[in-house]
Design a protein around this ligand. Structure first.
Ligand SMILES: Nc1ncnc2c1ncn2[C@@H]1O[C@H](COP(=O)(O)OP(=O)(O)OP(=O)(O)O)[C@@H](O)[C@H]1O
Length: 399
């Protein structure tokens, strides 16, 4: 009989991700059990791949060059950091404008620059501008960036979050800007739009697919009724997430999308090996070890704690993560029970993936959520105790 230390140990690429001794024992035991009973359900220990991070967070203020010939003069400086479609939207004339675009396409980025442009270039009085944001951090970002763009004049612009606006003193309404319209309470939508004719100066942004609370996109739907002449613009360039994450998010939302056929084009650099990490854990402890190892490794690579979002039973909720942008998003506990094939779970997964700047991970025990089966499996980098399907070679999926 072989001694235990003569057993074949899993191959590991990095000592940091070496499976702990008891994980190995469990894994070995599991492997042997499965082999002896059902050869189809063999699992193989695969080490976690080295996280592929961008070396620095690119500076959006410096990155974009004007993309349309002849657009260079528009907005002299204020619109420099916008891509072509963002620039067209930001410099649009008066009247209602709706920017319907997915997470990470720069809706907030352009809305802020549109406010600055209208005030500074077109002479819209700052004190007649009202900017409404869905969250406190969202409103703070708008205030901060407006201050950086137009200095003291920004102080005269009313910026409030939806929940606080009733308490704020409304300015004499000139131009209203709404960031994240699908989340706007209908009561507030009526308050800022009533008695304002179909040609009102109102700019709103949003993605109806990102509305997590049922009935939430009501204000988004009401916009088209209230402003039937509104210009509607779509943005397709995504400035936040890597290609693998964007494709996965599109595949998850596609069956229930409120904006079918939406185009998404990744603008972030494609990194080698930057698929979505998928950890197959043996049990809850194993999954905890994975999160600890990932957290430690990312800290060594210089990722600050607030740049990592761990979503799941021991972390934050999707709603809590929904207003942030994180270098790494890690969705834990993605079992079939916690993430069933429902529209609500689909939207949550779409929103969570959309917060990713560099890398996304999913982890689960068992076979995992059925929603993960809707994602092309080639987008995943599986690790942990990965099931090996011995039923024959997989047929290539036709696109
Ligand atoms: N033209 C651009 N060039 C470079 N970076 C950009 C550009 N536009 C936006 N970004 C960056 O892309 C990220 C996403 O932008 P932003 O938060 O404005 O998107 P959003 O559409 O409002 O997203 P969400 O709907 O998820 O809140 C931010 O980091 C922003 O700085």
């Amino acid at each position: 009989m072989r001694r235990p230390d003569e057993r074949k140990q899993p191959q590991v690429a990095s000592p940091l991700f070496e499976l702990s001794a008891d994980m190995r024992t469990t894994a070995e035991r599991r492997r042997r059990t499965h082999r002896s009973h059902h050869s189809r359900y063999v699992r193989e220990a695969v080490p976690m791949p080295e996280p592929a991070l961008t070396t620095r967070t690119p500076d959006p203020w410096l990155e974009s060059a004007p993309l349309l010939t002849g657009m260079d003069e528009v907005g002299a400086g204020l619109l420099d950091s916008l891509d072509a479609m963002q620039r067209v939207a930001a410099s649009a004339g008066r009247g209602p404008l709706l920017i319907n675009a997915s997470p990470g396409t720069g809706k907030t980025h352009l809305l802020i620059r549109r406010v600055a442009y209208l005030v500074q270039e077109l002479g819209v009085p700052a004190r007649q501008c009202l900017v409404l944001a869905a969250s406190g951090p969202g409103a703070a970002r708008i205030r901060r960036e407006l201050g950086a763009l137009i200095g003291r004049e920004a102080a005269s612009i009313t910026v409030a979050e939806f929940d606080d606006f009733a308490a704020a003193s409304p300015p004499e309404l000139g131009h209203v800007f709404v960031d994240d319209l699908p989340r706007m309470p209908m009561r507030l939508f009526r308050q800022v739009t009533e008695h304002r004719g179909a040609e009102a100066d109102i700019t709103a942004t949003g993605d109806p697919d990102s509305a997590l609370v049922s009935g939430e996109p009501a204000a988004f739907a009401a916009f088209s009724d209230q402003f039937p002449q509104a210009h509607v613009m779509r943005l397709s360039r995504n400035h936040r997430s890597p290609a693998a994450v964007l494709v996965a998010a599109s595949q998850v939302i596609e069956p229930i999308s409120r904006v079918p056929g939406r185009l998404v084009q990744p603008e972030r650099p494609a990194l080698e090996g930057s698929g979505i990490g998928r950890c197959f854990a043996i049990d809850a402890d194993d999954e905890k070890h994975f999160v600890e190892d990932l957290t430690d490794r990312l800290a060594e690579l210089g990722v600050a704690p607030e740049e990592l979002a761990v979503i799941g039973p021991d972390g934050m909720s999707v709603a809590e993560a929904a207003d942030g942008e994180f270098r790494v998003v890690c969705l834990t506990g993605m079992t079939a029970e916690a993430w069933p094939n429902t529209a609500a779970a689909r939207r949550e997964l779409y929103v969570a993936l959309g917060r990713t700047r560099d890398l996304a991970y999913v982890s689960h025990t068992g076979a995992g959520s059925p929603l993960l089966a809707d994602v092309d499996q080639g987008l995943f980098s599986p690790f942990g105790m990965v099931p090996q399907d011995r039923s024959g070679p997989e047929q290539p999926r036709l696109l």
